[in-house]
Design a binder for this molecule. Structure first.
Ligand code: FAD
Length: 462
């Protein structure tokens, strides 16, 4: 039996972008239908992305911290790993959040339709046997991992979703791609007992970040990972006893190397090509991205797009803010998506976090900047935590001394970054930050101290 739904706003995809848009539109009094192919809300982020990876990184951190304690006089026994319980913990975290979203949808009377939606016209979508007629649509279809065609299909070759399933702990694991997702999952498997190698085609890990913060991360982790930079994988042969990988490049081993598992983490591709968007007149580029204006409108004025499907950076918090703007514009508010900066965080150990203009970008774009760095070797809190490998860097406009960006490498860098985001967004200058009294002893102090160094009021660092 076919169903018909008429709605003011249909949202296609219930990830961070989609549910945020749907909830904001409903809060603004619009009648909303949310279409989602998965059985739970939350998209990649809650089901197979941000949240499960952080639940597992929490486990990894406790294991590492317990080991490290031995050098401060407290020795714990070797960890006993119960994979079923770790998986259950991760699934509980996911369930708590996705169920929470279902409750929030219900509370707002957002109608949730389960199934894969495709456009059939400029005002119609088909989801299984349900036809949805809409006044406005928001495409929030997200992205999926890129697969490499030359790698054989094999259970031992996994992507981030497979890595989060945590089926086993391989003895030897290769992480193909030294970006954020690969390093986070590598951190988890390394802490659980795998020997992890990372191969990266570029000459540094996390190529988007400034070289200095990545260098500090890489130095700290030289004992934890076998890192092969400026190197690529050219072939993988699946044999009974393992996956044999051939490398090429600066740090390539001479002969094929055997691994028990390969995690392919070479990026994500947008889902724009899977929606029959052309039937609604919406342009999708050859890579699957959908172009939008600053109000998140596609080339079809009553159809909007948000999140990973509209481009980089593919991050949940960007999708959330875009979702809010799209919903507000549909409800008649004159809002724009025009942030000064969008933060990036690698929740690795140590964490790497950066926001606004990077030094690399300033150089490329010819922006005259000056930087100030506070080394954590001089931070009481970092010393007391035995984690002095980090540093905090602020990037200022050379002429106005306004803060344009910043980067932190060290424990809790992601939490600390918020202050720099606010400073950039508010247009603070070095004096504003230097005069702000930070609590002592905190790692956040390093932000104020970096600004004081820039202002010239501190000159005697070790
Ligand atoms: P998605 O979350 O991709 O959701 C899209 C949803 O749409 C999916 O549920 C999909 O099933 C559904 N869908 C697609 N097409 C259709 C259709 N035609 N019909 C019905 N439903 C459809 N970002 C961060 O900011 N911080 C992190 O720490 C972080 N960690 C990550 C870790 C991993 C392992 C991964 C893979 C990603 C991580 N990300 C992180 C990225 C983050 O998950 C994405 O940027 C975010 O989920 C994008 O949100 P979205 O709303 O655009 O789409």
């Amino acid at each position: 039996m076919s169903n018909e739904i008429k709605t003011q706003v249909v949202v296609l995809g219930a990830g961070p972008g989609g549910y945020s848009a749907a909830f904001r539109a409903a809060d603004l009094g619009l009648e909303v239908t949310l279409v989602e192919a998965r059985s739970t809300l939350g998209g990649v982020c809650l089901n197979v992305g941000c949240i499960p990876s952080k639940a597992l990184l929490h486990v990894a951190k406790v294991i590492d911290d317990a080991k490290e304690m031995a050098s401060h006089g407290v020795t714990f026994g070797a960890p006993e790993i119960d994979l079923d319980k770790i998986r259950a913990w991760k699934d509980k975290v996911i369930g708590q959040l996705t169920n929470g979203l279902s409750g929030m949808a219900k509370m707002r009377k957002v109608k949730v339709v389960n199934g894969y939606g495709k456009f059939t016209g400029a005002n119609t979508l088909q989801v299984g046997d349900t036809t949805i007629t809409f006044e406005h649509a928001i495409i929030a279809a997200g992205s999926e991992p890129v697969a490499l065609p030359f790698i054989p299909k094999d259970d031992r070759v996994i992507d981030s979703t497979g890595a989060l399933e945590l089926k086993d702990i391989p003895g030897e694991m290769l992480v193909l791609g030294g970006g954020i997702i690969g390093l986070e999952m590598g951190t988890v498997y390394r802490a659980l007992g795998s020997k992890v190698s990372v191969v990266e085609f570029a000459d540094q890990l996390v190529p988007a970040a400034d070289a200095d913060i990545v260098k500090a991360y890489t130095k700290y982790n030289s004992k934890n990972f076998n890192i092969m930079l400026s190197t690529k994988v050219t072939a993988v042969e699946a044999k009974k006893d393992g996956l044999y990988v051939t490398f090429e490049g600066k740090n390539a081993p001479a002969n094929p190397v055997r691994y028990d598992k390969i995690l392919v983490a070479v990026g994500r591709k947008p889902n724009g090509n899977l929606l029959d968007a052309a039937k609604a007149g919406v342009n999708v580029d050859e890579r699957g991205f959908i172009n939008v204006d600053k109000q998140l409108r596609t080339n079809v004025p009553h159809i909007y797009a948000i999140g990973d499907v509209i481009g980089q950076p593919m991050l949940a918090h960007k999708a959330v803010h875009e979702g809010h703007v799209a919903a507000e514009v549909i409800s008649g508010l004159k809002h724009f998506f025009d942030p000064r900066c969008i933060p990036s965080v690698a929740y690795t150990d140590p964490e790497m976090a950066w926001v606004g203009v990077t030094e690399k970008e300033a150089k490329e774009k010819g922006i005259a900047v000056e930087t100030a760095t506070f080394p954590w070797a001089a931070s009481g809190r970092a010393i007391a935590s035995a984690r002095t490998e980090g540093f905090t860097k602020l990037i200022f406009d050379k002429e106005t001394h306004r803060i344009l960006g910043g980067a932190i490498v060290g424990i809790n860098a992601g939490e600390m970054l918020g202050e720099i985001c606010l400073a950039v967004e508010m247009g603070a200058d070095a004096e504003d930050i230097a005069l702000t009294i930070h609590a002592h002893p905190t790692l956040n102090e390093s932000i104020g101290l970096a600004a004081e160094i820039y202002e010239g009021s501190i000159t005697d660092l070790p």
